[in-house]
Design a protein around this ligand. Sequence first.
Ligand code: PRP
Length: 223
Amino acid sequence: MNDYITIALPKGKLFDRSASLLARVGWEAEGVSEDSRKLVIANEEKKIRFIITKPVDLPTYVEYGAADIGIIGKDVLREEEKDVYELLDLGFGRCRLMMAVPEAKLRPEMEDYAHLRVATKYPRCAKEFFDAQGIQMDIVKLNGSIELGPLIGLAECIVDIVETGTTIRENKLAEVACIFPSTARLIANPVSFKLKFDRLHGLVEDLQRVLQEEKEGKEGQRK
Ligand code: PRP
């Protein structure tokens, strides 16, 4: 299997765009779909295989070399802090990690939020942010539906991803601070990157070219 390249794709919001971008540069396999019951999908001719993982687990597969490369959001990368190379910013999946509170609980200064309970899927990033702000918070890790926290009194504040803003609006939450912006990244296992350099470097160059063409196409449409 060593002459194969294994690519990890994340289930969820980044899946379709990741699979179609790779297909545009010829990295595809029949049956690559988020609902696939098959866990490993190979293209024997091109010597590539795909695995589809939960986003939060994806950097672990790449760190351990179970996948040579993967596509994952910068938000997950920063939270998971795995030993992987970040090869390319793919530009899609744009969102931001932010701190929000119920609209009625907005305060004038950051210090006014000290000692609140914060619900988040990103405890490491949240702690780093609040430490940098010099305020201590009680951080509660949840695995989803973070906005529920303030609604039912589990937490007074959230640190979560905003993409379109619909979820925070619908739950009457107000953004207090943007912690960092995020987009999808191509990552690689450091050893794989050395051993399979030619193919992986070629992939990076092809992706850069396609992304540049898309950008120019969009700019052309605007003119
Ligand atoms: C993410 C995030 C918000 C929502 C933001 O949740 O946690 O809930 O998307 O998107 P919006 O600004 O476009 O409304 P996701 O759908 O990944 O599921 P989760 O609630 O289970 O984390």
